[in-house]
Design a protein around this ligand. Structure first.
Ligand code: GLP
Length: 240
């Protein structure tokens, strides 16, 4: 079930998302947060860091990130490990042992996928934050991903590599594979918070909410989740 909140702009989207996130954090003894990368959550992360600066502790939080590139050393400037530390964790007080990000330079990536999924079994994600790809991907679950997948290895589509090439010096440097939570993993979280802004997300948002539930649009799986808050600006909502 979707609760759709349409806002004017990116800043308002971040403000609304912060309210939803904060409510979950405040109402849980040990909040388990599923976190995402991409440009979309940066505004929300800024608000969380500002909240910490005013005295709120995030020590009790446990986090699991959605995905990570395969093949880049952990400290490479484009890993999601680096992204998360630069854009959130270095500005909060979550103990490092509470932070979980798939290890993309593991010597045994298939084993890492199993280990990651196992670690999530111990906890139950209270809120999973998501952005959405222009082709409807969530995490790195590209169109065609079966809905029953758990954490797994994906081959990145050319479109996704091109979208992400802006962060690298050359497209050849963009990894070709990633580890991602699967759609079944995402569906297990108690609540989903998906943020999308800008016209280039309008088709994906339409497919997610109004399209058929189909592997062609991975986000459409969320039609079968009972608690999804979607925060969209007018441009992303323009095709609804
Ligand atoms: C990447 C990430 C996704 C993210 C998507 C959209 O592919 N793996 O988790 O949702 O990009 O990114 P952005 O928020 O920058 O539009």
């Amino acid at each position: 079930m979707f609760k759709i909140i349409v806002v004017e702009n990116y800043d308002e989207a971040s403000r609304e998302a912060f309210k939803v996130m904060k409510e979950v954090i405040d109402s849980n003894e040990r909040p388990v947060l599923g976190l995402a990368t991409g440009s979309t959550p940066i505004g929300l992360y800024k608000k969380m860091m500002a909240d910490h600066k005013t005295g709120t502790s995030y020590k009790k939080c446990i986090t699991f990130n959605l995905d990570e590139y395969i093949g880049l050393p952990k400290t490479h400037e484009q890993t999601y490990y680096t992204f998360m530390h630069d854009n959130l964790f270095n500005g909060l007080d979550i103990p490092e042992e509470n932070i979980h990000i798939p290890v993309g330079d593991s010597a045994n990536v298939p084993a890492e996928c199993i280990k990651y999924e196992e670690a999530m079994k111990e906890y139950h994600i209270d809120i999973q934050l998501l952005g959405i790809g222009g082709n409807g991907h969530i995490g790195f679950n590209e169109p065609g991903t079966p809905f029953d997948t758990l954490t797994h290895i994906v081959d990145l589509q050319e479109k996704t590599r091109q979208d992400n090439a802006r962060f690298f010096e050359h497209i050849d440097e963009v990894p070709t594979q990633a580890i991602t939570m699967g759609i079944a993993t995402i569906m297990k979280s108690k609540k989903v918070l998906l943020i999308a802004t800008g016209e280039n997300k309008a088709d994906a948002i339409y497919g997610m909410i109004k399209g058929p539930v189909s592997e062609a649009c991975p986000a459409s799986a969320l039609q079968n989740h009972n608690d999804v808050v979607v925060i969209v600006d007018k441009a992303a909502a323009s095709k609804l």
